[in-house]
Design a protein around this ligand. Structure first.
Ligand SMILES: Cc1cc2nc3c(=O)[nH]c(=O)nc-3n(C[C@H](O)[C@H](O)[C@H](O)COP(=O)(O)O)c2cc1C
Length: 242
């Protein structure tokens, strides 16, 4: 095994979800800066980067947000809380930005590959992401995918709800990058979906189109902050070779 793989294994093995942090331990806030910047490098669907990360650091704001995390110890005792937010509503401006950046590298005469990239962001992305308030468009897209799917392999996840899941997947990957990075920096984390999303959205002043994917608390674990041994389903039951 390469030494990099050994380091990575050490980090993965050492990461645990922490429910009680040590408020006496020193905390280097710049570890969060670095980890959020690494989270930005996470793989994400169509590179649209439909995410926002909100750092909650002040004691008063943290206490308020901890209440909306249903008073969980993992939130109450943390040094900081980071809210991972989905921004599906920003698809248009993010697509425009990503395509404009890509085009800067394009040669004067476009090859087939370059034309495909333009078509992807100008046509396919709007087709997938456009939705009306009751998602009538999603119903039509679903019918179209079922019909053309009888003749060829085709994406089946086309409704507004499907696209919400697409965005949540990418934001969850960013949260994972962040958590592993914090462990590499010598700190601990706990991902949380136990929160009142309506209150958290109001607290962050977020618009309707934004959703809370996860809230991650950070700090230094107290030994009693690890709730029990690590339990995993035996690998034979979940890893398959086809
Ligand atoms: C999406 C997600 C939501 C979670 N929500 C909570 C939560 O609200 N509160 C909590 O204490 N732990 C929460 N967890 C942590 C899990 O309980 C924990 O990851 C699992 O028990 C495995 O333990 P480990 O992380 O120590 O390996 C969540 C984890 C994930 C991935």
């Amino acid at each position: 095994m390469r030494k990099e793989a050994q380091y990575f294994d050490d980090i993965v093995q050492a990461r645990r979800s922490i429910r009680i942090y040590d408020d006496k331990a020193t905390f280097d806030e710049t570890a969060v800066d670095r980890s959020l910047e690494r989270a930005l490098l996470s793989p994400n669907s169509s590179n649209l980067q439909l995410w926002e990360f909100y750092r909650v650091k002040s004691k008063a704001k943290k206490n308020e947000l901890a209440k909306y995390c249903l008073g969980q110890n993992a939130a109450k005792t943390a040094n900081e809380l980071i809210v991972f937010v989905t921004r599906k509503d920003k698809w248009k401006e993010r697509a425009r930005y990503v395509l404009a950046e890509a085009k800067k590298e394009f040669p004067a005469t476009l090859s087939k590959k370059h034309k495909l990239i333009i078509e992807y962001y100008d046509k396919l992305i709007p087709t997938l992401y456009f939705s009306d308030p009751v998602d009538i468009a999603g119903g039509f897209k679903k019918i179209a995918s079922v019909v053309s799917g009888t003749f060829q392999p085709i994406p089946r996840e086309v409704t507004a709800t499907d696209m919400r899941i697409v965005v949540h997947k990418s934001v969850a990957l960013a949260a994972q990058t962040f958590m592993l990075s914090m462990k590499a920096e010598g700190y601990d984390t706990c991902p949380m979906e136990g929160f009142d999303s309506v209150r958290v959205k109001k607290f962050l002043n977020l618009p309707r189109g934004a959703e809370i994917c996860m809230i991650v608390s950070v700090g230094t674990a107290k030994p009693e902050g690890v709730y029990g041994k690590r339990v995993r389903i035996p690998k034979e039951q979940v890893i398959f070779e086809i």
